[in-house]
Ligand binder design. Structure first.
Ligand SMILES: Cc1cc2nc3c(=O)[nH]c(=O)nc-3n(C[C@H](O)[C@H](O)[C@H](O)COP(=O)(O)O)c2cc1C
Length: 208
């Protein structure tokens, strides 16, 4: 759930108590109101208040994009876990990076380019199986875009992706792009955690 309907009606604590009484086993709280959509920043005080008000596990969510942020949100809220949404798009290894940081206080090296190549090709094959070839090749474009957005020539590659309408050709293009990248670097570049999403990214995420 979110923190409430609007700034004037932040009712998450009351709802959390009611949910617990009704038998809910775990709560995940996103630190924005319904009215906010994805605008502004997530706040964590309300999540801390929910955590203090119930005995069931509470999961904190919203704008967690780095291991440090995960650590800080856990500390600020007392939550039992964090949930990651948009930061995992095109970067599904973020979970192991956060786990490693929370366990050891040190940073895991970025994944090998060849590992990400394999991961993305497997992701695409599963994506086509789920959506079928026609929709699959089209809806896969945004995922490919997320994987390559911060990579060398990623924008140009993303543009080219939009002209491909065939799964086999899409797989081949992605494989070739990552082969080229592997010639230039062993590991993926260090990630720069962007705190703000672009308007385009916000629109792509605007679901509820
Ligand atoms: C593409 C997409 C699909 C989502 N689908 C759901 C959903 O089905 N159910 C849900 O409770 N939240 C859904 N969410 C919201 C996320 O679970 C999460 O609360 C939100 O993205 C904020 O977390 P973040 O800042 O880590 O992205 C979705 C978010 C995105 C971007």
């Amino acid at each position: 759930m979110r923190t409430g309907w609007s700034e004037d009606n932040r009712n998450a604590v009351k709802l959390a108590r009611d949910f617990e009484s009704a038998g809910v086993q775990m709560l995940t709280v996103h630190g924005r109101t319904r009215e906010q959509g994805y605008k502004g920043h997530a706040e964590y005080d309300t999540i801390a208040a929910v955590k203090a008000a119930v005995r069931v596990p509470v999961v904190a969510n919203g704008d967690i994009r780095s291991p440090e942020k995960a650590r800080d949100v856990l500390a600020a809220t007392g939550a039992d876990a964090v949930m990651i949404g948009r930061a995992a798009q095109g970067r599904p290894w973020i979970f192991r990076e956060i786990s490693h940081f929370l366990d050891t206080g040190t940073y895991l090296a970025p994944p090998l380019v060849v590992e990400v190549r394999r991961l993305l090709l497997d992701h695409l094959v599963e994506h086509y199986a789920l959506y079928g070839e026609f929709s699959g090749v089209r809806t896969a474009r945004k995922h490919i875009g997320w994987y390559v957005r911060a990579l060398p020539d990623g924008e140009a590659f993303r543009g080219r992706m939009n002209t491909i309408e065939d799964c086999a050709e899409q797989l081949r293009a992605v494989g070739d792009y990552f082969d080229g990248l592997a010639d230039r670097m062993d590991r993926m570049p260090e990630h720069q955690a962007a705190e703000e999403l672009s308007g385009e990214e916000e629109a792509a995420c605007a679901v509820d």
